[in-house]
Design a protein around this ligand. Sequence first.
Ligand code: GRF
Length: 203
Amino acid sequence: LPVVVLISGGGSNLQALIDGQARGELPISIVAVISNRPSAGGLERARRHGIATAVLDHRDYAERADYDAALTGLIADYDPGLVVLAGFMRILTPAFVAAHRGRLLNIHPSLLPKYRGLHTHQRALDAGDREHGASVHFVTAELDGGPVVLQARVAVEADDDAERLAARVLTQEHIIYPTVVRWFAQGRLRLDDQDQARLDDVP
Ligand code: GRF
């Protein structure tokens, strides 16, 4: 399955997918990594593995709709069967989401529906939550609102700060994201007409 990965930062989730592919655990081919930030560390990870990279800098676009249209066109050049958002820190327009409906996954560092948006780790700490985590979900028009496919739970420890908690959550992200991508690549996972995630049993 040809996959395009969108990043903005360090790309550790991208790395988990690259590693899974290299180990033969994922029936995917990462055909391109696209970043909205020229300095994203994940671009170097991609280059190191011989994966095509592209930068589409959001600062070159005054309007979000124009950026997303350009991004849609750039993605289409690679003709992917799946687009993976891996720390892509942009709010997407409904037109972008519609253009990739059912083929767009995101990972969010919270136990959705809790803590959509930013600063999820600090918000979980401030609320006194004993449990935190990450969610992989299909992207629909609502920000961080699409149907959850898989979550990982992490116990909050008494001496946690946001950084420590985030690090433990990230370790779990590197497990659940490749798992969901594998399900999708195996044809077992889809978004149905009611915007529900459907996972078939292993045949
Ligand atoms: C992850 O915590 C992801 O959930 C969030 O941004 C972070 C990206 O990390 N949306 P990385 O770039 O994959 O290392």
